[in-house]
Design a protein around this ligand. Structure first.
Ligand SMILES: NC(=O)c1ccc[n+]([C@@H]2O[C@H](COP(=O)([O-])OP(=O)(O)OC[C@H]3O[C@@H](n4cnc5c(N)ncnc54)[C@H](OP(=O)(O)O)[C@@H]3O)[C@@H](O)[C@H]2O)c1
Length: 220
């Protein structure tokens, strides 16, 4: 499958790029700058090669990357996600758009990370608001720490809670999730639940900093 990652040059995208390339997907790394996308693409190709993966990865601008693929992952910080997507809205037709975006802020006094709920209830709802109605939004991956994800040899024994309004799109995202050993996708329901999934992330981030660990989520 062809997958593009907007802001694919950042910390969170790295693990997704290699893990999906390893599973045989065709990856497009998006950036505001073509040269930066190409530079990171070369680094990713080297990393993939070092773990014996003959990867297909291409670096493009965010605008071009989104046009190329059936699945687009929004790997952008919350403060720039909405404006970036508004700026490249013309690149979207009927793609599946995966959002792992977490709206959170740091309390500079206590150093804790806190959830900052958008007016619309979630970052996913904000993203839905700026993209064409034909796009299918699926919320996923908020609770996976980038560090563990980027450690390609590591099996991720976590659950990934997903939500969205299109059943086929969620099925596709569940399959893409389970292409990354040993993640298991759990469909929580409609996209309106996304705020609750997003809100758990700062709790996990604070725990990971406090305990120097890579906690994520597993339901029993
Ligand atoms: N890090 C984690 O552990 C983690 C875990 C779960 C979910 N997430 C979510 O994943 C998303 C990406 O996180 P991240 O840690 O990868 O973020 P990041 O490294 O800070 O940023 C990702 C990319 O965003 C682009 N960017 C930066 N400033 C921008 C601006 N002003 N306008 C447009 N694009 C800009 C940059 O790409 P270019 O310079 O190439 O354009 C950058 O490489 C966030 O929404 C985060 O909440 C992160």
């Amino acid at each position: 499958m062809k997958i593009s990652l907007l802001g694919g040059t950042g910390a969170f995208a790295e693990g997704l790029v290699i893990r999906w390339a390893k599973a045989g997907h065709e990856i497009f790394i998006g950036s505001r700058k073509q040269e930066k996308a190409e530079g990171i693409t070369n680094e990713m190709l080297e990393k993939a090669k070092s773990v014996g993966v003959d990867a297909s990865i291409t670096g493009l601008t965010n605008e071009e990357a989104a046009k190329q693929t059936e699945v687009v992952v929004v790997c952008l910080p919350h403060e720039y996600a909405k404006s970036t997507l508004e700026g490249i809205r013309g690149s979207f037709t009927n793609q599946i758009v995966i959002t792992p975006v977490v709206p959170m802020v740091r309390n500079e006094e206590t150093k804790s990370f806190l959830f900052q709920q958008p007016e619309s209830g979630s970052s996913a709802a904000e993203i839905k608001g700026v993209l064409p109605d034909t796009v299918k939004i699926v919320s996923a991956y908020h609770n996976i720490p980038a560090k563990g994800l980027a450690n390609f040899e590591k099996e991720l024994d976590y659950h990934v809670v997903i939500c969205g309004d299109d059943e086929d799109a969620k099925k596709c995202v569940a399959e893409l999730t389970e292409d990354m050993p040993k993640l298991k996708a759990i469909d929580a329901g409609q996209l309106e639940l996304s705020g609750m999934i997003e809100a758990i992330t700062p709790l996990i981030v604070n725990m990971n900093i406090k305990h120097k660990h890579e906690f994520s989520i597993k339901f029993v």
